[in-house]
Ligand binder design. Structure first.
Ligand SMILES: [Cu+2]
Length: 168
């Protein structure tokens, strides 16, 4: 374990940019330019976090981001909390029997090591239900992400205009 720790420390020193991909120093991530690389603490990092703008009269919206598990064991996103939002759920988009897109809550979103996991329009997302205030483009939202193994992660998501589309 001493040997392994030394390697991890060396890797953390080299790979200070999360989810970058320019780096070919580590064979594990060399095959794709979108692979996650280890963060300094070897844990989970978040990129491109945003929330679709909504006013409080329209009580739901969604948050999207890309997670990178830079640790050395699998993990999962199991929940999120957002200030000013009553209920936050993890959802995935599904095709319903009538062929329309619907969505259903999921208890966890798997985070394999070394591969980015994108929560995006038409896929998995964080559903914000019950807004206390308008979420206006240009403002930010603080979120806390909860993981099966890793410590909770505080992130800031930018509020942007999204597609005016019901099937998020
Ligand atoms: Cu949803």
């Amino acid at each position: 374990m001493v040997y392994k720790s030394a390697i991890l420390v060396a890797a953390a020193g080299l790979l200070t940019v999360a989810c970058g991909g320019e780096n070919t120093e580590t064979p594990k991530v060399a095959e794709t330019d979108t692979a996650c690389v280890a963060t300094e603490d070897g844990k989970i990092s978040v990129e491109s976090a945003w929330v679709r703008a909504a006013d409080a009269s329209r009580p739901t919206t969604a948050a999207y981001f890309t997670l990178c598990n830079g640790g050395d064991s699998e993990d999962a996103l199991i929940g999120a909390a957002v200030a000013g939002v009553a209920t936050v759920e993890l959802h995935e988009t599904i095709e319903q029997e009538d062929g329309m897109a619907g969505m259903t809550p999921v208890s966890a979103i798997a985070l394999p090591t070394g591969s980015p996991v994108a929560l995006e329009h038409g896929g998995t997302h964080v559903m914000l239900i019950g807004l206390e205030e308008d979420l206006s483009p240009g403002s930010t939202v603080n979120m806390t992400l909860q993981f099966e193994n890793a410590e909770p992660l505080e992130i800031t998501a930018e509020v942007k205009d999204g597609m005016a589309h019901s099937g998020h």
